[in-house]
Design a protein around this ligand. Structure first.
Ligand SMILES: [Zn+2]
Length: 108
């Protein structure tokens, strides 16, 4: 099961962001557009998590967290395949991990 990564865009100022909000974090305009991302982006940072912060994530540890700069201009935190490095082109979608929908990236 996988789904597109979604983001939002402000109509007046064109600012884009990842976490769902009811208003633009930059200019405060309401009713942002909800859009589907291509899933393409570049790795900005990588963290290997050895100790899972919650019991349901323990089964997955160690796992790789990445900060990804999406081609659409927003940045998000996601899970990724082991071995990803800063600067890698990646493609991602939302998958189910430990029972929750989580964005996941692999090398493009
Ligand atoms: Zn705005």
């Amino acid at each position: 099961m996988s789904d597109m990564i979604r983001y939002q865009r402000c109509t007046p100022c064109r600012h884009v962001w990842y976490f769902v909000r009811s208003f633009c974090p930059k200019c405060g305009a309401r009713e942002p557009q909800a859009l589907e991302a291509s899933g393409s982006g570049v790795v900005h940072a990588v963290t290997i998590v050895e100790r899972a912060p919650t019991p349901d994530m323990k089964a997955l540890a160690p796992y790789t967290l990445v900060m990804v700069d999406a081609d659409e201009g927003f940045r998000l935190m996601a899970h990724g395949t082991p071995g990803l490095a800063i600067g890698d082109r990646v493609s991602g979608s939302v998958i189910e991990l430990a029972g929750r929908p989580i964005p996941f990236f692999k090398r493009a």
